[in-house]
Design a protein around this ligand. Structure first.
Ligand code: URA
Length: 210
């Protein structure tokens, strides 16, 4: 199995991520940046999405032309920080459906505990993009994908802003078939399960709750 990691090295993506990492970046700027960055990530992630030919008519003549079926894409947000990706991704894939997974991290064990799960119906026809800004210990990502796999989707890919070798290993040990798309693979985890150097708590920075 492939354990694919796609590091998105586009200059615009790297520039915006650098601004987001800075501790003096305001909540307003952080939120704007995550929106801009998620639109750019959506562009990269959908690069090889299946397409279909449809018949259309230009002002001059009939032709066959290709479209992606946005309604078949599901953006699956891991609450709450995953929601930060939604506005930007929906600008680029406006027909996408949106699912939510609520998981909290038990502070003692660092294990993920599920409290909410809602996805569209007919998941077997759909391509799922799982959203979580920080692939850190990998525990919540593994649980989220375990749960999504039970719905039988056509494909799953995982997108984050920052990850680290430990998170990638845990994730791909459990789900080697799910590619990870990320702008950065950082040095590692600290004793509290935070990515270093990272960007801090993504949820707090998006929602201004620190
Ligand atoms: N969650 C975050 O928001 N940041 C980290 O560094 C790790 C987990």
């Amino acid at each position: 199995m492939s354990r694919d990691v796609h590091v998105i090295d586009h200059p615009l993506v790297q520039h915006k991520l650098t601004l987001m990492r800075r501790k003096d970046t305001s909540t307003k700027s952080f939120r704007e940046l995550v929106q801009e960055l998620s639109a750019l990530l959506a562009y990269e992630i959908t690069r090889d999405m299946p397409m279909q030919e449809i018949d259309i008519e230009t002002p001059l003549e009939k032709m066959k032309s290709r479209v992606i079926d946005g309604k078949k894409v599901v953006l699956a947000s891991i609450l709450r920080a995953g929601n930060g990706f939604l506005d930007g991704m929906l600008q680029v894939i406006p027909g996408a459906r949106v699912g939510h997974i609520g998981l909290y991290r038990d502070p003692a064990t660092l294990q993920a505990v599920e409290y909410y799960f809602k996805m569209p119906h007919d998941m077997h026809e759909r391509d799922v993009i799982v959203l979580d800004p920080m692939l850190a210990t990998g525990n919540s990502a593994v649980s989220a994908v375990d749960r999504i796999k039970k719905t039988g989707p056509r494909s799953i890919r995982f997108v984050c802003l920052v990850t680290c070798p430990e998170g990638l290993k845990t994730f791909h040990d459990a789900h080697p078939d799910v590619p990870v798309y990320t702008p950065a693979v950082d040095r590692g985890l600290n004793d509290h399960g935070y990515i270093v150097p990272g960007l801090g708590d993504a949820g707090d920075r998006i929602f201004g709750t620190k």
